[in-house]
Write a protein that binds this ligand. Sequence first.
Ligand code: FE2
Ligand code: FE2
Length: 317
Amino acid sequence: MPNLSYRYEKKQVDKIPIRKFDFIFSSNLDPIWIPENPARSHLFNGLSVTMPYLEPYLIKSTKASMGYISEPRLLEDIRGFCGQEAQHYRCHRKFNDLLKKKGHPKLAKVEEKLEKTYKKLLEKSLRTQLAYNAGFECMTNGLTHWLISKRVGLFRHASPTMVSFWLMHAIEEVEHKTVAYDAYMAYSGAYLPRCFGVFHGSFHVMGYAIWAMLVLLKEDKRLFSFKDALSAGKEISLAAYHMAPYLFRALLPNHNPRCEDDPKWMTDWVAGYEAMLGGKVMSGGEAMPLIDTADPQMPVPFASPSNGICHVNEIAA
Ligand SMILES: [Fe+2]
Ligand SMILES: [Fe+2]
């Protein structure tokens, strides 16, 4: 049932564009794409494994809320949200297929469980689903701020394709950070189920991502020494440390993702992308310019108001 007291509030970005981008994952891409850091590489690979199951579920459940929403601006946001998530999971699926071919066939077991768990979640009440989505997207906002603000420390000299893909995913997550929350507020708005959704959405996804990470490390025989286990624990703790404040703030009664600032690097990226296209939209499957991971600043890969020069170093094609 719709929440009659819901009122749409202006968000930071003017629009949620659907960029029909592509990234080419070459067959010689090393699954350990962050040099000398298998645990970090596989933490992100584990997250990637969840995406082709999580994101189609997010699309289905958020689309189901549209029948209860009359606010045209929110309906427009939901269309942008669904379009962006669809682009993400298609690209993650391509990468995950490569991972399985490159020595990680046991991921299929994790994928089987993911398929079942999201099928079951779609049978729950729409309020439970929308609270899950709002909670998960709050955690994502913490993840994306971490990736963007610490990109140099996390990804220096890593694969430009993988870094550019993850950071572009992060940028679009920031762009649509209000949508799952708004869909929940327009449908229900009840506080306690939203709090439950913060834990449900975050721990459920991270649980599967960590399971996939451990499967990957085990297949690489990098999980059996104290040093390897410590390294895996360190990467998981680092992620939790950066996401936790966003989860705590999401539990506040007056929480709204609009209160979280958008990183400047993200607004530069969006401006640079728009300038590159000169007002046009990608018509489908074009390769994106790649970030220079050898650069000590790792600037956006376009001319931008702050860097003033073009940093297109490599085109993914
Ligand atoms: Fe996404
Ligand atoms: Fe998202």
